[in-house]
Design a protein around this ligand. Structure first.
Ligand SMILES: [Zn+2]
Length: 327
């Protein structure tokens, strides 16, 4: 073993999602030793979900034959609007939560310090610490999944802004008369390039008679459609799916250009399930469009890259949060 942590220096990172909870046990050097996973069952209400998080944390430790007494802190990334100082989830639509004291309740179960942050902020911390050797003091994390979220690290700190809502980059409007977004607006980046947006466009086109290999693969209702199926369709020469994905990549590039113009980050790192599945199909076009639309000179030397952390981004970032906050 290259490192032998003192007996209470382990960290646990938790990724709380609308459908699943992931927990990972990490060394102080952020090496993941073991993982646990459970379904969220948000419909059972906050206290049942918090019990499930606690059990998942215990399972991750148990998986590595580590007792919770040897764990220094737990970090947790939660969807929604978060009050990190007081450890509360102020609002999380996909959990159905309003003002839940997650930190306090989880600390009661686990009897170790718990630190809470928004999930996209947590993932951005993970990317900064684990993926980027230069540890940039100014960077943006972009996550293309069911929705589109972001995390901003400015002058070395997570930036949350006046109403703690900074980083809602997915609701940057890119088409004033574009498709309707879940936020009520039209033409948000999220309504043009998220997984939900891609799937909606594909399903609408099929209803209008569009042919695609996806219906041969999955049946006409496209039940169980996943981002990876789009990659398979493109590799089988499906021009329609290729076009839909290209459009999403183009909008993503324009959004990245806007972020670069406003923030002048050293790096823009793009992760999330859609990017994990479609990196080679999307990234060249994202980079080309970002460079084309950036203000002259503002993108000079700026790295625009895909994250390699995949499903581990959340637990890794949460472990980084635990390490930072428990120092
Ligand atoms: Zn929106």
């Amino acid at each position: 073993m290259p490192e032998a942590p003192s007996k209470s220096d382990y960290l646990i990172g938790v990724d709380l999602g609308g459908t699943k909870i992931l927990a990972g046990l990490f060394t102080p050097g952020l090496k993941c030793l073991g993982r646990a996973k459970t379904s969220t069952k948000a419909d059972r209400g906050p206290s049942a979900v918090i019990e499930r998080i606690a059990r998942c944390v215990q399972d991750a430790a148990d998986e590595c034959d580590i007792s919770l007494k040897q764990v220094r802190a737990v970090g947790i990334g939660s969807p929604g609007a978060i009050d990190p100082e007081n450890g509360r989830v102020l609002f999380a639509g996909n959990l159905g939560w309003k003002d839940v004291p997650l930190k306090r309740e989880l600390e009661k179960h686990l009897e170790i310090p718990v630190f809470l942050q928004n999930d996209c902020n947590v993932c951005t911390l993970g990317v900064q610490e684990v993926e980027l050797e230069s540890k940039p003091r100014n960077m943006v994390g972009v996550f293309l999944g069911t929705g589109i979220g972001g995390g901003l690290i400015l002058e070395g700190k997570l930036f949350t802004g006046f109403n703690r809502t900074a980083g809602e980059i997915g609701h940057m409007v890119l088409e004033v008369n574009g498709p309707k977004c879940t936020c009520g607006n039209r033409g948000c980046w999220e309504a043009l390039a998220s997984r939900s947006a891609l799937f909606r466009q594909i399903q609408e086109a099929i209803r209008d008679g569009q042919k695609t290999v996806l219906t041969e693969m999955l049946g006409s209702d496209l039940k169980d459609l996943r981002s990876g199926d789009l990659r398979k369709a493109i590799r089988q020469g499906d021009k329609f799916i290729a076009h839909i994905v290209e459009e999403a990549a183009k909008y993503t590039g324009i959004a990245v250009a806007n972020l670069i113009n406003i923030l002048s980050p050293e790096a823009v790192v793009i992760g999330g399930g859609v990017m994990d599945a479609l990196e080679s199909e999307m990234m060249p076009m994202v980079v080309a469009n970002a460079r084309e639309h950036a203000f002259p000179g503002s993108d000079k030397g700026v790295k625009i890259i895909a994250s390699k952390l995949g499903d581990d981004a959340g637990i890794t970032g949460a472990a980084v949060l635990a390490r930072r906050e428990s120092r």
